[in-house]
Every structure is written in structure tokens, then in C-alpha cells.
Design a protein around this ligand. Structure first.
Ligand SMILES: [Mn+2]
Length: 282
């Protein structure tokens, strides 16, 4: 059982690294088909099922589905340990089914797991809560499973860049860290130092409250038009948080996704019409 899990994680790692659309740490998408972007999932299985049901990848081979922040949240065991690793394994299985359609982005909860660092969510420390659940489940093999999860998470790409000017990543650096952020991170191999405070993966996945000035600088530097981010919780499921930014969340009953064509360009204002409430999906 632990062996099967470790194999799954290794296959997922390979699928991330060999993603047909990946160059460096970015997924580059052309003009064909469409894209479905979701926000943080945080163990919300029902919403993940709704996303899968909506995407219908079987009958939409030219569709790309972007997922992020799968772990930390959702069901717990009787002792309050976090069982979101179960959803992570199912999401990896799904990626293996559609390896060049499903792209799973690196988030700050992933970096916290990789670095074994405390991370609070709703007043709970989630890193320990999930590690204890893994210990309970995998017993004396749990260190091996945790290592395989670490390597899997580290293999995830950082962003999606589309020909139509759309960019999706978990977040963007905060204002005060923009000058410290090194965009070479999108091209070179990621090492654990990049996930530590002041490292560029840390800054990318933890940043908040981006000003319009920062968003304009980032758009110019990255050569994009419109950003879709997760990370910053949205009680209404989404927020137009700048002239060129939509933030979405997929981890609660008002969660959303965005679907749009890859052969058309969109402003954030236009993307508002492309938002689908997950509660509307059976
Ligand atoms: Mn986050």
C-alpha cells in the first residue's frame, strides 16, 4: 500500500516534469482549445469533483485545466488530523489520466510541506495536521511517503502563460518584495532555497495585496495582459482585484472557476463573464 502510493507520486512527478507544454517552470499554451482555471482547493473534494465533471476532458481533448493548492483543509480524522493528502493522490491520478491537459501549479501550502514549515489556516497548523495523518496511515513507511510527496510537490510548474495574454499562477510577489523577485525562477531548476523566505518561489506563492502599479510592472516584465491568481481568500468566490487581475477561490460553497478560449484575448473585465459558480455544476 505505501509502495503503490510512492509509485503514484513518482509517476505524478514524472508527468509534471514531462508535461508536453512545459518549458522551464512554465506551461506555455497556444491558440488551440480553451482553458479552465480554478483557485485554491484545500481538500474540498466535492468542488474538485464538480471541476472534473465540468471539464469533461474525455470529450474535450483540446481543453486545459489548471488546478492549484490541493492540500490542507477538508476532512479530518477523529483526532483532527488533516486528510487532504487523499485528495492530492486522486488529483495526481487525474493528471496521469490526462497528462497534457491537467496542469497543477505550485502553491505556498505546497512549499510549506516541502520545507516542513508551520502554516496556519483557520486557526489550525496544517503542516503538522497532515503529517500526523500520514504517520497514522502509513506507519513506519510514512517518512518514505512524505519524501515522495515532497519530490512530487517540488516538480510542479509555477505558472501558465497563454498566447492570448493570460497568465495564471498561485500568486505574485507583494509590493515590497517585487525588487527581490528574480524572474529567472521561471526558467531554471528550482532548489529548496528558492522556497525559503526571500527565495523567489516563496515570494511568488506568498505575495498579497498587489497594487495596480505592481500588476502593471509584472504584466510588462512577464509579457502578459491579464492575471488569474488564487491564494487570497475570496468569500464570494472571486474578485476583480485590479484592472488586469481576477482572483478566484474554489475551496468553499461559493467557489468558482473560469473558462475561456485560447484564441481570444481577455481583459479582467471581460473575464468576469467567464466565471462559473461551482455550485451550478452537478
Ligand atoms: Mn495559498
Amino acid at each position: 500500500m505505501p509502495q503503490k502510493t510512492i509509485e503514484l507520486l513518482q509517476l505524478g512527478q514524472t508527468a509534471n516534469l514531462k508535461d508536453k507544454y512545459r518549458k522551464g517552470n512554465v506551461i506555455y499554451l497556444g491558440d488551440e482549445g480553451d482553458i479552465v482555471i480554478t483557485g485554491d482547493i484545500h481538500g474540498h473534494r466535492r468542488n474538485f469533483e464538480r471541476v472534473v465533471s465540468f471539464a469533461k476532458l474525455d470529450s474535450n481533448p483540446e481543453r486545459h485545466l489548471i488546478l492549484q493548492e490541493i492540500i490542507h483543509g477538508g476532512p479530518t480524522d477523529k483526532e483532527g488530523r488533516c486528510l487532504s493528502y487523499e485528495l492530492l493522490f486522486d488529483v495526481i491520478q487525474y493528471k496521469l489520466q490526462y497528462p497534457d491537459n491537467v496542469h497543477i501549479l505550485m502553491s505556498n501550502h505546497d512549499t510549506s510541506f516541502i520545507c516542513n514549515r508551520e502554516i496556519m489556516k483557520d486557526g489550525r497548523e496544517m503542516n503538522l495536521a497532515m503529517r500526523q495523518a500520514l504517520d497514522e496511515k502509513f506507519g513506519d513507511k510514512s517518512e518514505d511517503v512524505k519524501m515522495a510527496i515532497t519530490e512530487y510537490l517540488l516538480s510542479q510548474p509555477l505558472a501558465v502563460k497563454c498566447n492570448n495574454g493570460l497568465w495564471a499562477s498561485h500568486s505574485l510577489p507583494s509590493e515590497r518584495n517585487w525588487d527581490k523577485f528574480d524572474t529567472a525562477i521561471f526558467e531554471r531548476e528550482i532548489v529548496v532555497d528558492d522556497l525559503m523566505r526571500t527565495g523567489s518561489v516563496y515570494l511568488l506563492t506568498w505575495g498579497r495585496n498587489q497594487s495596480q502599479k505592481l500588476l502593471n510592472n509584472a504584466a510588462e516584465k512577464l509579457g502578459v495582459k491579464t492575471f488569474v491568481l488564487g491564494h487570497q481568500s475570496q468569500p464570494d468566490g472571486w474578485l476583480k482585484a485590479g484592472e488586469n487581475l481576477i482572483i478566484i477561490a474554489s475551496d468553499h460553497s461559493h467557489g468558482c472557476l473560469i473558462i475561456c478560449d485560447l484564441n481570444k484575448s481577455y481583459t479582467a473585465e471581460e473575464l468576469k463573464n467567464k466565471i462559473v459558480a461551482l455550485s451550478s455544476i452537478l
